[in-house]
Design a protein around this ligand. Structure first.
Ligand SMILES: [Zn+2]
Length: 342
């Protein structure tokens, strides 16, 4: 028994000798605490770094006119400038009176809907963006512009975007993952009423940073009745009221005073059609209105300044603090700005 107790005692001693002494335990404790502390600091740094990265990714870019927090681009399909001036358009006139404008801006050389709108929303000519067709593509092989759209550039900066269009071919600008809210006609043409309803609904519900609205009816009236027709003139006046409804939605959402509003078009027309090499198709109105924008300022006052549809995206990018397309064919129309804070 005694031998067993001794051997047990010996085993205990051996086990005890394996345990750290108080001094050892103190050292181990310090080492442990140090490891714990370093681990904590490491994790803390990681969290701070990740949070900083997230903040960098989602913080809005610095904008040259701080009061502009939203951008609305309205395209009235087929709105030839002289028809706009002949029509009774009090809403557009109000934007002109309080904004910068020209009725001598130029669209793409192609002067047809989808290539021209793609240039308006990418800032490069059709040869670069590659959207040279003007119809719905055959189902099964979607194709997108070869360069990012304004929606994609804005989305990459953390902005919310909306694409509301009255022709189904605009789906070519709705590359998956690049537009936050899209309402595109599910048939070749819908109508202005549907476009207004979608625009009001999306603006009211989401107040996106960037909203693009495409009205199809003036173009439809041109193809049906002619660009010089009374029917088209009536449609232009109706479109002006519908433009007013979109602006009213901005006001109701509390963002009208924070919005840069572009009103433009993709081409004009003559007879019942439009196309290249015809100055009546090539010219478009271009109006910019908003805080920090010159008021009643005719951009044709500078003889060397010609406004192109590609300038729309370059100017919108600038106002949102975004870098323009690397290979942009547009330029920032700084001449339209009353004051820039940088
Ligand atoms: Zn068109």
């Amino acid at each position: 028994m005694g031998g067993k107790r001794e051997s047990e005692a010996g085993a205990w001693k051996a086990e005890l000798s394996q345990l750290p002494t108080l001094r050892d335990r103190g050292r181990a404790g310090r080492v442990g605490r140090m490891i714990f502390f370093r681990g904590f600091v490491f994790i803390l740094c990681g969290v701070v770094f990740l949070r900083a990265q997230t903040a960098t990714e989602t913080a809005p870019p610095a904008r040259p006119i701080a009061a502009i927090e939203h951008v609305l681009i309205v395209s009235i399909d087929g709105l030839r400038p002289d028809r706009a001036l002949l029509a009774d358009m009090p809403v557009l006139r109000g934007l002109v009176r309080e904004g910068a404008y020209t009725f001598w801006a130029k669209t793409t050389d192609m002067a047809v809907t989808l290539p021209s709108h793609t240039s308006m929303l990418t800032g490069v000519v059709p040869e670069k963006h590659g959207v040279v067709w003007n119809s719905d593509l055959p189902i099964g092989k979607p194709m997108w512009p070869r360069v990012p759209t304004l929606f994609e550039l804005a989305g990459n900066a953390g902005y919310s975007t909306a694409l509301i269009a009255g022709k189904s071919k605009f789906s070519a600008l709705n590359k998956p993952g690049t537009v936050t809210y899209a309402a595109i006609a599910d048939q070749p043409k819908s109508g202005n009423a549907e476009v207004v309803a979608n625009a009001v609904r999306i603006i009211t519900a989401h107040r996106p940073t960037l909203v693009f609205v495409h009205f199809p009816d003036v173009d439809s009236a041109g193809h049906k009745f002619g660009w010089g027709s009374a029917e088209q003139l009536a449609m232009i006046e109706e479109n002006d009221r519908q433009l007013g409804e979109v602006l009213a939605a901005l006001s109701a959402a509390g963002i009208r005073e924070k919005t840069a509003i572009f009103v433009t078009a993709d081409h004009g027309g003559a007879g019942k059609n439009h196309g290249p090499l015809d100055p009546r198709s090539a010219h478009i109105p271009w109006v910019l209105n908003g805080p920090g924008i010159k008021r009643g300022f005719d951009l044709t006052g500078d003889a060397l300044l010609s406004v192109r549809t590609e300038d729309t995206v370059a100017t919108a990018c600038f106002l949102l603090g975004l870098a323009p397309q690397p290979d942009s064919d547009g330029r920032v129309l700084g001449e339209a700005f009353a004051k820039v804070s940088r």
